[in-house]
Design a binder for this molecule. Structure first.
Ligand code: ZN
Length: 248
């Protein structure tokens, strides 16, 4: 959290240094620094005239993309995440690190180590800059919590609907796996396994299970040429689906 000093105009960043959160600390600190840069009210001696702070300002943050945020908090949290993402994973460096490489567990381990971020943050960053048709799906108990499609995948009709069911085959594999990547390199899923609202196509899937966070992350890579074309303007589509979180 980002917390104002109780006695003088200053701020603290407070975070959990439990090693189970390894890979989250840097992102958490950068996220709170984002709140500090973007959202904090300016405090002066005037705010402490009574001997204690006269305003009630606290940025107490939940894990990235949490579905527990209130709508009013969502934009602020996304801005802090975006700040942290650009601070910790400089885009030119990230491109250079993965240039010419295929998606794999090793590649993702490398960038998460290099930037000290969670695999979720590293995968999301990759989705945001890759020129390929790709998507990520973060799920729990066989249903998508949230997901994101790359720009070119989105333009070709792929978007991840919150609450969509994962393929049974994939859910079974996740359930029977121990923690970690289900495979070192992506496995091919034939047409008919993964369905999006515009249909199904053959794709490459790399899935990771995190017991600690109780989520699985699937990174999906589609063939360069989409299986269908459309004259529809992608901007007409429901972009909310890209960002929706599961409503409880
Ligand atoms: Zn926050």
């Amino acid at each position: 959290m980002l917390r104002p000093h109780s006695k003088r105009p200053a701020w603290h960043i407070v975070y959990n240094d439990d090693p189970r959160y390894d890979g989250r600390n840097r992102f958490t600190m950068a996220h709170e620094l984002g709140h500090y840069q973007l959202h904090r009210p300016v405090l002066t001696e005037q705010n402490y005239r009574s001997g204690a702070l006269d305003t009630d300002t606290l940025f107490q943050c939940k894990p990235m993309q949490s579905n527990a945020w209130r709508e009013s908090e969502q934009q602020r949290e996304e801005e802090a995440d975006t700040f942290a993402s650009f601070l910790l994973m400089p885009i030119d460096d990230y491109r250079a690190q993965v240039s010419g490489q295929n998606m794999s567990a090793e590649m993702l381990d490398h960038v998460t180590d290099r930037y000290g971020v969670s695999l979720t943050a590293a995968a999301l960053k990759w989705i945001e800059f890759t020129d390929t048709r790709a998507a990520m799906v973060v799920s729990r108990d066989g249903f998508a919590l949230w997901g994101r499609a790359s720009k070119s995948a989105y333009k070709s009709g792929i978007f991840v609907r919150s609450g969509m069911a994962l393929p049974e085959l994939v859910t079974r594999e996740i359930d029977s796996s121990s923690r970690g990547f289900l495979s070192d390199t992506p496995v091919e899923r034939p047409k008919g396994v993964w369905f999006f609202s515009r249909g199904s196509e053959t794709l490459q899937e790399l899935t990771l299970r995190s017991e600690f966070l109780d989520i699985s992350i699937s990174i999906l890579q589609f063939q360069a040429t989409p299986f269908l074309t459309t004259d529809e303007d992608p901007s007409d589509w429901d972009t909310v689906d890209q960002f929706n979180r599961v409503s409880r």
